[in-house]
Design a protein around this ligand. Structure first.
Ligand code: RRO
Length: 311
Protein backbone atom coordinates (compact mmCIF):
# COMPACT_ATOMS: atom_id res chain seq x y z
CA UNK A 1 0.00 0.00 0.00
CA UNK A 2 1.35 3.43 -0.83
CA UNK A 3 1.38 5.84 2.09
CA UNK A 4 1.37 9.60 1.51
CA UNK A 5 2.63 11.67 4.45
CA UNK A 6 2.51 15.10 2.79
CA UNK A 7 0.69 17.87 4.62
CA UNK A 8 0.16 21.61 4.64
CA UNK A 9 0.35 24.52 7.07
CA UNK A 10 -1.67 27.49 5.88
CA UNK A 11 -0.65 27.92 2.25
CA UNK A 12 2.67 26.08 2.71
CA UNK A 13 3.01 22.57 1.27
CA UNK A 14 5.17 20.06 3.15
CA UNK A 15 6.43 16.75 1.75
CA UNK A 16 6.45 15.21 5.25
CA UNK A 17 4.89 16.41 8.52
CA UNK A 18 8.12 16.97 10.46
CA UNK A 19 10.81 19.61 10.64
CA UNK A 20 13.09 21.12 13.25
CA UNK A 21 11.95 23.14 16.24
CA UNK A 22 13.65 26.51 16.41
CA UNK A 23 16.56 25.94 18.78
CA UNK A 24 18.66 22.84 18.15
CA UNK A 25 21.03 22.68 15.17
CA UNK A 26 19.58 25.66 13.28
CA UNK A 27 21.77 28.64 14.20
CA UNK A 28 24.57 28.58 11.61
CA UNK A 29 24.48 28.31 7.81
CA UNK A 30 26.13 24.87 8.01
CA UNK A 31 23.43 23.62 10.38
CA UNK A 32 20.65 25.07 8.24
CA UNK A 33 22.16 23.45 5.13
CA UNK A 34 22.22 20.09 6.95
CA UNK A 35 18.51 20.53 7.59
CA UNK A 36 18.08 21.37 3.92
CA UNK A 37 19.73 18.07 2.89
CA UNK A 38 17.77 16.06 5.47
CA UNK A 39 14.23 14.72 5.22
CA UNK A 40 12.90 17.63 7.29
CA UNK A 41 10.00 19.15 5.35
CA UNK A 42 11.05 22.75 6.06
CA UNK A 43 13.98 24.76 7.36
CA UNK A 44 13.32 26.89 10.46
CA UNK A 45 16.10 29.14 11.72
CA UNK A 46 16.97 29.86 15.36
CA UNK A 47 14.97 32.67 16.95
CA UNK A 48 16.69 35.90 16.03
CA UNK A 49 17.08 39.30 17.63
CA UNK A 50 18.14 42.61 16.11
CA UNK A 51 21.73 42.31 17.33
CA UNK A 52 23.75 39.07 17.50
CA UNK A 53 23.78 37.43 20.94
CA UNK A 54 26.33 35.13 22.60
CA UNK A 55 23.60 33.79 24.90
CA UNK A 56 24.00 32.57 28.48
CA UNK A 57 27.17 31.09 30.02
CA UNK A 58 28.07 27.39 29.47
CA UNK A 59 27.05 24.73 30.30
CA UNK A 60 23.56 25.77 29.20
CA UNK A 61 22.10 22.52 27.83
CA UNK A 62 21.93 19.08 29.48
CA UNK A 63 20.19 15.80 28.77
CA UNK A 64 18.53 13.84 31.56
CA UNK A 65 16.46 10.65 31.57
CA UNK A 66 13.19 12.53 30.97
CA UNK A 67 14.46 14.78 28.18
CA UNK A 68 16.53 17.95 28.25
CA UNK A 69 16.92 21.21 30.10
CA UNK A 70 18.27 24.37 28.50
CA UNK A 71 18.93 27.97 29.24
CA UNK A 72 20.60 29.00 26.00
CA UNK A 73 19.59 32.64 26.35
CA UNK A 74 18.71 33.25 22.70
CA UNK A 75 22.17 32.88 21.13
CA UNK A 76 21.86 33.88 17.46
CA UNK A 77 23.70 35.67 14.68
CA UNK A 78 21.31 38.64 14.44
CA UNK A 79 18.49 38.95 11.90
CA UNK A 80 20.59 40.54 9.16
CA UNK A 81 22.76 37.41 8.86
CA UNK A 82 19.69 35.15 8.60
CA UNK A 83 18.21 37.41 5.91
CA UNK A 84 21.37 36.85 3.89
CA UNK A 85 21.28 33.07 4.45
CA UNK A 86 17.75 32.41 3.18
CA UNK A 87 18.62 32.83 -0.54
CA UNK A 88 21.32 30.13 -0.13
CA UNK A 89 18.80 27.77 1.44
CA UNK A 90 16.38 28.13 -1.42
CA UNK A 91 18.21 25.42 -3.40
CA UNK A 92 16.85 22.76 -1.02
CA UNK A 93 13.41 23.36 -2.43
CA UNK A 94 11.46 23.33 0.82
CA UNK A 95 9.72 26.08 2.78
CA UNK A 96 12.02 28.40 4.73
CA UNK A 97 10.68 29.80 7.99
CA UNK A 98 12.25 32.47 10.18
CA UNK A 99 11.76 32.43 13.94
CA UNK A 100 11.71 35.99 15.27
CA UNK A 101 12.13 36.89 18.92
CA UNK A 102 12.71 40.63 19.31
CA UNK A 103 13.62 41.77 22.80
CA UNK A 104 10.82 44.38 22.49
CA UNK A 105 7.77 44.87 20.28
CA UNK A 106 9.68 47.58 18.42
CA UNK A 107 12.49 45.11 17.66
CA UNK A 108 10.07 42.40 16.55
CA UNK A 109 8.32 44.80 14.18
CA UNK A 110 11.62 46.00 12.74
CA UNK A 111 12.72 42.40 12.03
CA UNK A 112 9.34 41.37 10.59
CA UNK A 113 9.25 44.41 8.29
CA UNK A 114 12.72 43.64 6.94
CA UNK A 115 12.11 39.89 6.65
CA UNK A 116 9.01 40.53 4.55
CA UNK A 117 11.32 41.96 1.90
CA UNK A 118 13.17 38.64 1.47
CA UNK A 119 11.57 36.80 -1.47
CA UNK A 120 13.10 33.42 -0.56
CA UNK A 121 11.52 33.42 2.91
CA UNK A 122 8.17 31.62 3.07
CA UNK A 123 6.85 32.31 6.58
CA UNK A 124 7.60 33.83 9.96
CA UNK A 125 7.16 32.24 13.38
CA UNK A 126 7.00 34.86 16.13
CA UNK A 127 8.44 33.36 19.33
CA UNK A 128 6.27 34.60 22.20
CA UNK A 129 7.62 32.07 24.66
CA UNK A 130 11.38 32.17 25.25
CA UNK A 131 11.76 31.23 28.93
CA UNK A 132 15.45 32.00 29.32
CA UNK A 133 16.23 35.70 28.88
CA UNK A 134 16.76 37.20 32.33
CA UNK A 135 14.39 40.10 32.93
CA UNK A 136 12.19 39.30 29.90
CA UNK A 137 9.04 37.42 30.89
CA UNK A 138 7.37 35.12 28.38
CA UNK A 139 5.12 37.39 26.30
CA UNK A 140 2.40 34.79 25.78
CA UNK A 141 1.70 34.53 29.52
CA UNK A 142 0.59 38.20 29.34
CA UNK A 143 -2.63 38.23 27.32
CA UNK A 144 -2.85 42.03 26.85
CA UNK A 145 0.72 42.18 25.58
CA UNK A 146 0.09 39.23 23.27
CA UNK A 147 -3.00 40.92 21.80
CA UNK A 148 -0.95 44.04 21.07
CA UNK A 149 1.92 42.09 19.47
CA UNK A 150 -0.50 40.16 17.23
CA UNK A 151 -2.35 43.32 16.18
CA UNK A 152 0.88 45.16 15.33
CA UNK A 153 2.48 42.23 13.50
CA UNK A 154 -0.77 41.65 11.59
CA UNK A 155 -0.68 45.26 10.41
CA UNK A 156 2.72 44.98 8.76
CA UNK A 157 3.41 41.32 7.95
CA UNK A 158 2.91 40.45 4.29
CA UNK A 159 4.00 36.80 4.59
CA UNK A 160 2.19 33.91 6.26
CA UNK A 161 2.99 34.07 9.97
CA UNK A 162 2.25 32.32 13.20
CA UNK A 163 3.21 32.25 16.86
CA UNK A 164 5.16 29.87 19.08
CA UNK A 165 3.34 29.48 22.37
CA UNK A 166 4.38 28.31 25.80
CA UNK A 167 2.42 25.49 27.44
CA UNK A 168 -0.87 26.40 29.12
CA UNK A 169 -2.36 24.35 31.92
CA UNK A 170 -5.75 25.90 32.60
CA UNK A 171 -8.82 25.80 30.36
CA UNK A 172 -9.59 29.46 31.08
CA UNK A 173 -6.16 30.41 29.77
CA UNK A 174 -6.64 28.29 26.64
CA UNK A 175 -9.95 30.02 25.98
CA UNK A 176 -8.54 33.51 26.49
CA UNK A 177 -5.56 32.84 24.24
CA UNK A 178 -7.71 31.16 21.57
CA UNK A 179 -9.99 34.21 21.45
CA UNK A 180 -6.98 36.48 20.89
CA UNK A 181 -5.60 34.16 18.19
CA UNK A 182 -8.98 33.83 16.45
CA UNK A 183 -9.20 37.63 16.20
CA UNK A 184 -5.66 37.89 14.76
CA UNK A 185 -4.13 37.23 11.36
CA UNK A 186 -2.10 34.15 12.35
CA UNK A 187 -2.12 31.32 9.84
CA UNK A 188 -0.51 28.86 12.26
CA UNK A 189 0.15 28.28 15.93
CA UNK A 190 3.11 26.25 17.19
CA UNK A 191 2.70 24.62 20.57
CA UNK A 192 4.56 24.07 22.80
CA UNK A 193 7.83 25.73 23.69
CA UNK A 194 9.80 24.17 26.54
CA UNK A 195 8.24 24.10 30.02
CA UNK A 196 9.78 27.19 31.58
CA UNK A 197 12.03 27.17 34.60
CA UNK A 198 12.32 23.51 35.49
CA UNK A 199 15.19 22.33 37.66
CA UNK A 200 17.28 19.20 37.08
CA UNK A 201 19.62 18.08 39.86
CA UNK A 202 22.62 15.74 39.76
CA UNK A 203 22.33 13.94 43.10
CA UNK A 204 25.87 12.49 42.94
CA UNK A 205 27.48 15.87 42.49
CA UNK A 206 24.73 17.53 44.60
CA UNK A 207 24.67 20.12 41.89
CA UNK A 208 22.54 21.75 39.22
CA UNK A 209 23.28 20.60 35.63
CA UNK A 210 23.29 23.94 33.81
CA UNK A 211 25.01 27.15 34.86
CA UNK A 212 22.67 30.07 34.00
CA UNK A 213 19.91 31.27 36.30
CA UNK A 214 20.87 29.05 39.25
CA UNK A 215 20.21 25.90 37.20
CA UNK A 216 16.63 26.77 36.15
CA UNK A 217 15.79 26.23 32.48
CA UNK A 218 13.28 25.18 29.84
CA UNK A 219 12.43 21.48 29.97
CA UNK A 220 11.91 19.61 26.70
CA UNK A 221 11.85 16.04 25.45
CA UNK A 222 10.02 12.84 26.29
CA UNK A 223 8.52 13.97 29.61
CA UNK A 224 6.63 16.96 28.14
CA UNK A 225 4.72 15.00 25.48
CA UNK A 226 1.41 14.84 27.41
CA UNK A 227 1.50 18.62 27.81
CA UNK A 228 2.31 19.16 24.13
CA UNK A 229 -0.52 16.85 23.13
CA UNK A 230 -3.02 18.56 25.44
CA UNK A 231 -2.11 21.98 24.08
CA UNK A 232 -2.49 20.84 20.47
CA UNK A 233 -5.80 19.17 21.27
CA UNK A 234 -7.25 22.08 23.21
CA UNK A 235 -6.27 24.64 20.61
CA UNK A 236 -7.65 22.41 17.83
CA UNK A 237 -10.98 22.46 19.67
CA UNK A 238 -10.92 26.24 20.14
CA UNK A 239 -9.19 27.77 17.11
CA UNK A 240 -10.73 28.71 13.76
CA UNK A 241 -10.42 25.75 11.40
CA UNK A 242 -8.28 27.77 8.97
CA UNK A 243 -5.55 28.24 11.61
CA UNK A 244 -3.06 25.36 11.33
CA UNK A 245 -1.42 23.80 14.36
CA UNK A 246 2.18 22.67 14.57
CA UNK A 247 2.78 20.32 17.49
CA UNK A 248 6.07 20.09 19.35
CA UNK A 249 7.13 18.46 22.59
CA UNK A 250 8.62 15.07 23.34
CA UNK A 251 8.46 13.49 19.91
CA UNK A 252 10.87 10.56 19.81
CA UNK A 253 9.20 8.08 17.43
CA UNK A 254 6.88 7.88 14.43
CA UNK A 255 4.20 6.74 16.83
CA UNK A 256 4.55 10.06 18.72
CA UNK A 257 4.07 11.90 15.41
CA UNK A 258 0.95 9.81 14.80
CA UNK A 259 -0.42 10.80 18.24
CA UNK A 260 0.13 14.51 17.57
CA UNK A 261 -1.68 14.30 14.23
CA UNK A 262 -4.51 12.35 15.85
CA UNK A 263 -4.77 15.18 18.42
CA UNK A 264 -5.15 17.67 15.55
CA UNK A 265 -1.65 18.78 14.54
CA UNK A 266 -1.08 19.56 10.85
CA UNK A 267 2.69 19.18 11.24
CA UNK A 268 5.20 18.68 14.04
CA UNK A 269 8.60 19.99 15.05
CA UNK A 270 11.44 18.04 16.65
CA UNK A 271 13.59 19.66 19.34
CA UNK A 272 15.38 17.53 21.95
CA UNK A 273 15.43 14.39 19.78
CA UNK A 274 17.03 16.37 16.94
CA UNK A 275 19.68 17.68 19.32
CA UNK A 276 20.41 14.14 20.55
CA UNK A 277 20.19 12.20 17.27
CA UNK A 278 21.10 14.71 14.58
CA UNK A 279 19.30 15.32 11.28
CA UNK A 280 18.98 11.60 10.46
CA UNK A 281 16.07 11.64 12.94
CA UNK A 282 13.77 12.84 10.13
CA UNK A 283 14.35 9.81 7.89
CA UNK A 284 13.77 7.48 10.86
CA UNK A 285 10.54 9.26 11.82
CA UNK A 286 9.37 8.96 8.20
CA UNK A 287 9.97 5.20 8.19
CA UNK A 288 8.28 4.74 11.55
CA UNK A 289 5.25 6.91 10.75
CA UNK A 290 4.73 5.04 7.46
CA UNK A 291 4.93 1.74 9.34
CA UNK A 292 2.28 2.82 11.86
CA UNK A 293 0.01 4.05 9.06
CA UNK A 294 0.44 0.88 6.99
CA UNK A 295 -0.33 -1.32 9.98
CA UNK A 296 -3.52 0.68 10.60
CA UNK A 297 -4.51 0.84 6.94
CA UNK A 298 -4.18 4.62 6.52
CA UNK A 299 -2.89 6.02 3.23
CA UNK A 300 -2.89 9.75 4.09
CA UNK A 301 -2.66 11.95 7.18
CA UNK A 302 -6.10 13.46 6.54
CA UNK A 303 -7.71 10.10 7.26
CA UNK A 304 -6.89 10.36 10.97
CA UNK A 305 -5.93 14.00 11.57
CA UNK A 306 -7.83 15.35 14.60
CA UNK A 307 -9.92 12.19 14.84
CA UNK A 308 -8.99 11.34 18.41
CA UNK A 309 -11.70 9.18 19.94
CA UNK A 310 -13.30 9.82 23.33
CA UNK A 311 -14.25 7.11 25.82
O1 RRO B 1 17.46 30.30 23.46
C1 RRO B 1 16.81 29.83 24.40
O2 RRO B 1 17.22 29.82 25.57
C2 RRO B 1 15.47 29.24 24.18
C3 RRO B 1 14.48 29.85 23.45
BR1 RRO B 1 14.76 31.43 22.49
C4 RRO B 1 13.19 29.26 23.38
O3 RRO B 1 12.23 29.77 22.75
N1 RRO B 1 13.00 28.11 24.05
C5 RRO B 1 13.97 27.51 24.77
O4 RRO B 1 13.74 26.45 25.36
N2 RRO B 1 15.22 28.09 24.81
Amino acid sequence: MSVNISTGVGTLCFATPFFNASGPLCTTLLELEDLGRSEACAILSKSCTVEPREGNPLPRYADFEGGSINSMGLPNLGYRVYMEMYPYLWRYDKPIISSVSGLSLKDTLLIVREMCGVDELDAIEINLSCPNVVGKPQVAYDFDQTREVLQEVGRICTKPWGVKLPPYFDFVHFEEMAKILNESGVSFVTCINSLGNGLVIDAERECVVIKPKGGFGGVGGRMIKPIGLSNVRKFRELLRSDISIIGVGGIVSGRDVFEYILAGADAVQIGTQLQQEGVSVFARLGRELREVMERKGYSSLGEFKGKLKML
